[in-house]
Design a binder for this molecule. Structure first.
Ligand code: PRT
Ligand code: ZN
Length: 299
């Protein structure tokens, strides 16, 4: 493979997504050393280099082809590419939702202000770090607002009199509550996404590297949800047990020594296993129910 066939991936240098990105690559078996003051780090065992930058810059770096790929919040991608011309925006494709960094961009009002519908925002000044998304959303809803572009501490804007309302990222909702605000509408749901510059497809070597990397990422994402489930159960309950664990493919059924009535069932349950499901299995006569995390899955 030639020297140039290296995939360059942009990730957040330090912030909410950084450690999750590194952990994802680590679980994909890709080893990095991240020296403190360096922006670029080469993987030791895969032709990947990481560019560590602010999340605000990731969409443009990928759109411009400075990086082949990136991991960024969907909120940041939408906001930054709103400002870009159509051709640049068209260069970027979301290839995976990664399931971390989940949050929502929400509209919130001071507690004392009443709320009935979105039209209550008509004519308001709304503080946000996502003015483009806000404006586009409100325009589609037919409501005229003035987006006040603020970076950082958006939630204090109404209290200090620079806005009537806020449009900010929310995960637990604690920040809004602490600042006397209440969430009234969701503008968008967001999570970290893996993006690529479509030009990558023109380079066969990069395409192959990406396809191998995606297999690994898919393996990690699937394994994250899945559990290896083991239990002993009455033979005549096998069908009902399979119904309780939807998506469980081809369970392994083994005889249990001298007990002709009962069997051991082992299977991969692809979805999260809730306590309620474990309780239902118990009601069906299952005993010694074990649910074990899985590290990787390759189909
Ligand atoms: O320095 P750099 O520019 O790279 O980082 P940043 O400060 O712009 O971003 P950072 O690290 O705060 O967030 C990176 C990404 O994480 C965001 O773009 C989102 O996609 C995602 N994310 C997930 C969040 C949150 N949850 C979140 N809760 N980003 C920010 N918040 C903030 C929010 O702005 C508010 O101040 O957390 C506060 C609300 O949290 P709760 O739990 O009180 O509701
Ligand atoms: Zn940022």
């Amino acid at each position: 493979m030639s020297e140039r066939s290296v995939i360059r991936i942009a990730i957040q240098k330090s912030g909410r997504l950084s450690s999750k990105c590194i952990s994802l690559l680590d679980r994909c078996g890709i080893d990095f050393e991240i020296p403190k003051n360096l922006l670029l780090s080469k993987a030791q065992n895969y032709p990947i280099e990481l560019l560590l930058i602010r999340d605000d810059d990731i969409p443009a770096y990928v759109a411009d082809g400075v990086c082949d790929m990136g991991i960024v919040g969907l909120n940041e991608l939408e906001e930054k590419l709103c400002e870009k011309d159509e051709a640049k925006r068209g260069q970027v494709e979301i290839i995976r939702n990664l399931g971390f960094g989940r949050c929502r961009l929400a509209l919130a009002l001071p507690n004392k202000v009443s709320y009935n519908s979105l039209s209550d925002f008509e004519g308001m000044n709304i503080a946000s770090s996502y003015p483009m998304i806000l404006k586009n959303y409100m325009k589609k809803q037919g409501v005229n607002v003035n987006a006040v572009d603020i970076t950082g501490s958006v939630e204090v804007a109404p209290a200090i009199g620079i806005a009537d309302a806020v449009c900010d990222l929310v995960s637990t909702g604690a920040t809004l509550i602490t600042n006397g605000l209440r969430e009234v509408a969701t503008v968008m749901e967001s999570e970290a996404v893996l993006i690529k510059n479509k030009k990558m497809d023109e380079n066969v070597e990069k395409q192959l590297l990406l396809s191998r990397l995606l297999d690994r990422i898919d393996g990690v994402l699937k394994a994250q949800q899945a559990r290896y489930v083991m239990m002993n159960a009455p033979k005549d309950a096998i069908d009902k047990i399979c119904e309780v664990l939807p998506g469980m493919e081809n369970p392994t059924i083994m005889n249990l020594g001298s007990n002709a009535e009962r069997v051991a069932i082992h299977a991969v349950a692809p979805n999260k296993l809730f306590w309620e499901t474990m309780e239902k299995l118990k009601e069906l006569g299952a005993t010694s129910i074990l649910a074990v995390p899985i590290e990787k899955i390759i189909d």
